[in-house]
Design a protein around this ligand. Structure first.
Ligand SMILES: [Zn+2]
Length: 58
Protein backbone atom coordinates (compact mmCIF):
# COMPACT_ATOMS: atom_id res chain seq x y z
CA UNK A 1 0.00 0.00 0.00
CA UNK A 2 1.03 3.58 -0.62
CA UNK A 3 -0.01 6.71 1.14
CA UNK A 4 -0.11 10.43 0.65
CA UNK A 5 -0.84 13.15 3.20
CA UNK A 6 -2.30 16.25 1.61
CA UNK A 7 -0.75 18.32 4.41
CA UNK A 8 2.68 17.63 2.86
CA UNK A 9 1.66 19.82 -0.06
CA UNK A 10 -1.17 21.93 1.36
CA UNK A 11 -0.25 23.02 4.90
CA UNK A 12 -3.14 22.55 7.32
CA UNK A 13 -5.02 19.94 5.29
CA UNK A 14 -5.57 16.69 7.17
CA UNK A 15 -6.69 14.55 4.25
CA UNK A 16 -4.87 11.24 3.96
CA UNK A 17 -4.97 8.83 1.04
CA UNK A 18 -4.05 5.17 1.18
CA UNK A 19 -4.34 3.02 -1.92
CA UNK A 20 -2.54 0.09 -3.48
CA UNK A 21 -1.27 2.11 -6.42
CA UNK A 22 0.13 5.54 -7.14
CA UNK A 23 -2.40 5.98 -9.95
CA UNK A 24 -5.32 5.54 -7.56
CA UNK A 25 -3.81 8.00 -5.13
CA UNK A 26 -3.33 10.61 -7.85
CA UNK A 27 -6.89 10.09 -9.06
CA UNK A 28 -8.30 10.47 -5.58
CA UNK A 29 -6.11 13.46 -4.78
CA UNK A 30 -7.26 15.16 -7.98
CA UNK A 31 -10.88 14.73 -6.87
CA UNK A 32 -10.05 16.00 -3.38
CA UNK A 33 -8.20 19.02 -4.79
CA UNK A 34 -11.21 19.85 -6.93
CA UNK A 35 -13.86 19.35 -4.25
CA UNK A 36 -12.04 20.59 -1.16
CA UNK A 37 -9.44 23.01 -2.50
CA UNK A 38 -11.34 24.40 -5.49
CA UNK A 39 -8.63 23.43 -7.98
CA UNK A 40 -10.43 22.67 -11.22
CA UNK A 41 -7.20 22.10 -13.10
CA UNK A 42 -4.32 20.31 -11.45
CA UNK A 43 -1.05 21.76 -12.78
CA UNK A 44 1.52 19.10 -13.79
CA UNK A 45 3.86 20.72 -11.27
CA UNK A 46 1.44 19.94 -8.45
CA UNK A 47 1.06 16.36 -9.62
CA UNK A 48 4.85 16.06 -9.42
CA UNK A 49 4.84 17.48 -5.88
CA UNK A 50 2.20 14.96 -4.86
CA UNK A 51 4.08 12.09 -6.51
CA UNK A 52 7.27 13.10 -4.71
CA UNK A 53 5.45 12.84 -1.35
CA UNK A 54 3.87 9.44 -1.86
CA UNK A 55 5.29 7.03 0.70
CA UNK A 56 4.87 3.35 1.48
CA UNK A 57 2.01 3.01 3.95
CA UNK A 58 3.12 1.97 7.42
ZN1 LIG B 1 -6.18 18.62 0.93
Amino acid sequence: MKQFNCGDVVPGCNARFVFDSEAKILESVARHAREDHGLTDIPPQLTEQVRAKIRPAA
